[in-house]
Design a protein around this ligand. Structure first.
Ligand code: GAP
Length: 457
């Protein structure tokens, strides 16, 4: 393992990445024409493709490449009793303080990083004018109501995590699928939290997507499986090209543990804002199944040939948006090439929204355009491809660099004479001549190769 870094290494800042994301249609501020909505974001074309790739890679590793994990897509609004049993109604809260002077609200445990509403901006609580209230608990669940009449009995909540939908389906899954502990149920979907101090772009949002897997194990295997999933999840990020020097495992201290967890480790990424949680892996014991059994009256246990027990649960819980942000930050690079600055996203090819760009050297040369379009039509059926004949070739390359396209194929005069094209590599900028008819096979092969973006990584 590489030596641990103190500060982020690289050209990225959250502001630079957010600005590129807006310029290149990855992520827009939500409700932009109304001035935006705090900590809500809309994904543009390339952002949708990037996040889809992140989720597909997760599902591939969790489900497609294994025999012991099945899928679920549960409802966002669950029976309100779910949140009583899970402990969220009573305990899913942050301590808040209000400032009577500037009328802003802060998390009591994040005061040192909160800015006072007055100018020049200072740390909240720092100036003589600051007049903070005592801390009080604020539940993070978004409330809504079911049906036409809004009364006490109609109150419901948008799920703050996808996990509970899995626990309440334990019986459905075990009675309908050929599963036996150890086995897992995986779910990707939206979660909602009324975060008090959101910020830092996609890092903390009020509406976000989670990728969670609950792995049900015989109690004696819990410890071993907890360790296994920490390693497995770390490996997933590294295989998708994340720099090892910017990824670490941090075990929670006893006073940090959630009410349901006997041990938790965070996979942390060294963002430009410092080391921060990317994913949590928790040993939840039998807490959830027991709670739901008690509150629902259902028997939530494993009954085998000659055994009967309540499985323990190991939970790797990741965020699709936070992972997308980490991959964006990790991929972001700036350099000077031939005296000109270049911004490039060095995504792992499997994560890149577009895998190949097909570019006729001269956009109004009908023979080049025709050959390029023919190649593009062939490639797009096999992998995400883009055709571009606008602007000068250098400008088109820069655009593809900024959306992280690993390969560009250029059709030029030589192509028309000998049937070869130029294959340009985003990272090394190497250009090689290849036969046009082998382009698809070469790219599909490169997509399967292990990939490291820079020698020093
Ligand atoms: N079921 C356990 C659970 O939800 P968590 O640590 O609260 O655990 C898991 O959330 C992951 O979900 C986090 O590691 C993070 O990647 C993502 N996540 C949580 N809150 C988020 C938010 N407000 N915005 C973006 N992602 C968030």
């Amino acid at each position: 393992m590489s030596a641990q870094l103190e500060t982020y290494e690289g050209a990225a800042t959250i502001e630079k990445v957010a600005s590129l994301c807006r310029r290149r249609a990855f992520v827009f501020p939500s409700s932009d024409v109304y001035g935006g909505l705090g900590s809500s974001y809309d994904y543009g074309h390339y952002g949708v493709l990037l996040k889809q790739n992140v989720k597909n890679e997760w599902q591939r590793a969790m489900v497609a490449e294994r025999d012991d994990i099945v899928l679920l897509d549960s409802a966002i609004i669950l029976h309100p009793k779910v949140w009583v049993a899970s402990g969220h109604l009573a305990g899913f809260s942050d301590p808040l303080v209000d400032c009577r002077t500037c009328k802003l609200r802060f998390r009591a445990d994040h005061l040192e990083s909160a800015s006072c509403g007055r100018k020049p901006s200072k740390q909240a609580g720092e100036t003589d004018d600051c007049d903070l209230t005592e801390a009080r608990q604020f539940n993070l669940m978004f409330e809504t109501s079911i049906g036409p009449v809004r009364d006490e009995g109609s109150v419901a909540y948008l799920r703050p995590e996808t996990a509970q939908g899995i626990f309440v389906n334990f019986k459905n899954v075990t009675s309908s699928m050929r599963v036996k502990p150890p086995f897992g149920i995986a779910q990707i979907g939206k979660s909602f939290r009324n975060e008090i101090t959101p910020g830092n772009f996609l890092f903390r949002m009020r509406e976000f997507e989670q990728m969670e897997m609950e792995y049900f194990v015989p109690p004696a295997l819990a410890e071993e499986q907890y360790r296994y999933w920490i390693d497995e999840r770390r490996r997933w990020y590294l295989e998708l090209g994340m720099r090892e020097s910017h990824l670490r495992v941090r075990a929670h201290d006893a006073d940090e543990l959630s009410h349901y967890s006997s041990e938790t480790s965070d996979l942390e990424y060294l963002f430009p804002i410092g080391w921060s949680e990317l994913e949590g892996i928790a040993n939840r014991g039998d807490f959830d199944l027991r709670q739901h059994a008690e509150h629902s009256g259902a028997k939530l246990e494993w009954i085998g040939q000659d055994e009967r027990y309540v499985p323990h649960v190991i939970e790797p819980a990741a965020g699709a948006d936070r992972a997308a942000l980490a991959f964006l930050v990790d991929a972001y690079d700036e350099e000077v090439v031939a005296d000109r600055p270049r911004t490039v996203l060095r995504f792992h090819p499997r994560l890149a929204p577009v895998k190949v760009a097909v570019l006729p050297l001269i956009g109004n040369d009908s023979a080049m355009v025709e050959t390029a379009r023919g190649l593009y039509e062939e490639l797009r059926r096999a992998l995400p491809a883009e055709y571009d004949d606008s602007a000068a070739i250098g400008k088109r390359y820069r655009r593809q660099d900024e959306i992280g396209t690993p390969w560009a194929l250029t059709i030029d005069h030589e192509t028309l004479e000998d049937g070869t094209i130029t294959l340009r590599d985003r990272d090394t900028l190497a250009q090689e001549r290849i036969p046009l008819e082998s382009a698809k096979a070469i790219l599909l092969d490169r997509l399967e190769q292990p990939w490291r973006p820079r020698a020093q990584r």
